[in-house]
Ligand binder design. Structure first.
Ligand code: ARG
Length: 567
């Protein structure tokens, strides 16, 4: 897309001979300050003059035709540019015509690979609301990077390894027939786990048997492996229900167990560095120089740790995917874990590219507005129930608002799930999230359903218009009212917004943007009659509606939200 900032930067460069102008130019948050702004205090040092004087001098020297810039203003050391809105409109519509559904995409990621580790629930344990956040954020990042041309590998790093499996095997051996793990695996396995744990506390020999089971599992014992596989398959089948509801897919579900035979190499490499030291019976990498506790590689009993498996995974992913970036989406509770692992990874002797590419993408906690949700034991919410509740609630609202709607069930699913996803992605991820049904399902709030509702409105306009005009029949100069111009300017930003959200790994930048687009469309719709007697005006406005329609749908799909055609 034509880079309007570059046009301005080139002009300024001609009169200042400063080469870094492009990087200095900002987009003012307040639209009244223009479309672009040059903060001249950044030039004060180089040009040895006061910012205000620099701004005035540049303004006087510039000679930009008014089909590009309508006005420049000096304000407190800033030089503000007001572009000719028709130039922006032309840029947006031509780009749109060229790219259609791909509008906003780019190929900045071409030739680069991003590995994203997300969701990653633990086998035989509940898929909790924190995993939901990881799933939703990771899935969105997956979509965003893809849209930017990256090769993306989505990995579900399942927690399918650890001493708890020794316990589960022992419990199942003793009381398996009492529990219906086929139909309700997570609940039933949790019960077995609690029961065997209690027994372990009473009887040291049971604990010993559990440890022994885990050892056998590691050594590939047939019976233990078979049970482990069964627990894993049943749990995955249950998790799959959530993934199906969310329409989330992974390229790999290699969990922790996958790395069991890859850990000895890691231990060997670390031994060779001479930095693997004994500490209270365990073997650790000391990280004092970073002011963090040591990374434990082998526990007192000789077994490996969560961290060792992550180190083996880094090695494997470097070799297998040759990644440029490797992202880990988990709650901020794992900040320390990833700091330890990432520092220790520098000792693995892999190319610096791989350790530089490691990045933890932490997110905040989910706070439940209690009393409104079906909870079981403590505060653990069953995710499948929660998502189904979202659908039921959405379906009630649809029933009230539009009971004649076709495909009500499908729409309710999109609205309910969309509401949950949007709520998850509406704020900077590090902020704690409030889970409140009334807020997320409010059709007039800044919500998923609101976006869907505005999208549906664009659909009905397009339906009334019968067809989207050919760009040759769109007279751009007819889109000169404030609401149209405002909407077009927002559209111009899409590509940048997507890039920013990838740079910061923050889907919320897209969520907020889509709300802005929806609101801008709402003003445009209220201010202008779209379907009207004047063919030219109608064509221009229908085309703008069409652009809005595509941007809303594309943007929502980047978040992982599906749009209903009607609602
Ligand atoms: N299974 C872990 C948990 O539930 C998350 C795993 C995150 N990924 C990783 N490579 N450590 O907390």
């Amino acid at each position: 897309m034509l880079d309007l900032k570059e046009i301005i930067a080139n002009e300024i460069q001609k009169v200042t001979n400063v080469e870094t102008i492009y990087d200095y130019i900002e987009v003012p948050a307040n639209k009244e300050m223009g479309d672009f702004s040059l903060p001249c205090f950044k030039l004060a040092k180089e040009l040895k003059k006061a910012p205000q004087i620099i701004a005035t001098e540049i303004k006087d020297k510039l000679n930009i035709p008014d089909n590009i810039v309508l006005e420049t203003k000096v304000v407190n050391g800033y030089l503000n540019f007001y572009l000719n809105p028709m130039l922006i409109a032309k840029t947006v519509l031509e780009e749109f015509e060229d790219k259609k559904e791909k509008y906003g995409s780019s190929d900045i990621g071409k030739g680069q690979t991003v590995v994203i580790d997300y969701s990653s629930p633990n086998i035989a344990k509940p898929f909790h609301i924190g995993h939901l956040r990881s799933t939703v954020i990771g899935n969105s990042l997956h979509n965003i990077y893809k849209f930017l041309g990256y090769n993306v590998v989505g990995i579900n790093h399942l927690g399918d390894y650890g001493t708890q499996f020794g316990k589960l095997i022992e419990g199942y051996k003793r009381w398996g027939s009492e529990y219906d793990i086929e139909h309700n695996p997570i609940d039933e396995l949790t019960k077995i786990y609690i029961r065997i744990n209690n027994l372990c506390k009473e009887d040291e020999s049971v604990l010993e048997a559990c440890r022994n089971n885990f050892k056998k599992l590691e050594d590939g014992d047939e019976y233990c492996t078979k049970l482990w596989q069964k627990f894993r398959d049943l749990s995955l089948k249950e998790f799959q229900k959530v993934y199906d509801l969310l329409d989330v897919h992974f390229d790999s579900s290699n969990g922790e167990a996958f790395y069991s035979d890859k850990m000895p190499e890691i231990v060997q490499i670390l031994e060779k560095t001479g930095k693997l030291v004994e500490s209270e019976g365990a073997r650790v990498i000391n990280l004092d120089e970073y002011n963090i506790p040591p990374c434990i590689i082998e526990k007192t009993n000789g077994s490996t740790t969560y961290a060792t498996r992550d180190l083996a995974a880094i090695m494997y992913r470097a070799r297998t995917y040759n990644y440029d970036k490797a992202l880990y989406v988990t709650s901020y509770e794992q900040n320390l874990h990833f700091k330890q692992v990432f520092e220790t990874a520098k000792l693995l002797g892999i190319d610096k590219k791989y350790t530089d590419g490691l990045e933890h993408i932490p997110f905040g906690m989910v706070q439940l507005k209690t009393g409104k949700m079906s909870t079981r034991e403590g505060n653990i919410i069953k995710l499948e129930e929660l998502l189904n509740e979202a659908i039921t609630r959405a379906s009630k609202i649809i029933e009230e608002k539009n009971s004649n709607l076709e495909n009500k069930e499908e729409v309710a699913k999109k609205v309910g799930i969309g509401a949950v996803i949007f709520n998850d992605l509406y704020n900077s991820r590090i902020k704690d999230e409030i889970f409140d049904w009334d807020i997320m399902l409010n059709f007039n709030g800044e919500t998923g359903p609101y976006l869907q509702y505005m999208y549906v409105r664009t659909n009905s306009v397009l339906e009334k218009a019968n067809k989207v005009p050919n760009i040759q029949n769109v007279k751009i100069e007819l889109l000169k009212d404030n609401a149209s111009i405002y909407l077009i300017k927002e559209m111009y930003n899409f590509e940048n917004i997507v890039k920013q959200s990838a740079e910061k790994n923050e889907p919320y930048i897209i969520s907020r943007y889509l709300i802005n687009i929806a609101k801008a469309f709402s003003s445009f719709y209220n201010d202008n009659k779209i379907i009207c007697d004047d063919v030219d005006i109608q064509n221009a406005r229908v085309y703008l509606t069409y652009c809005t329609n595509v941007i809303l749908k594309t943007g929502a799909s980047l978040l992982g939200i599906q749009m209903p055609n009607k609602m």
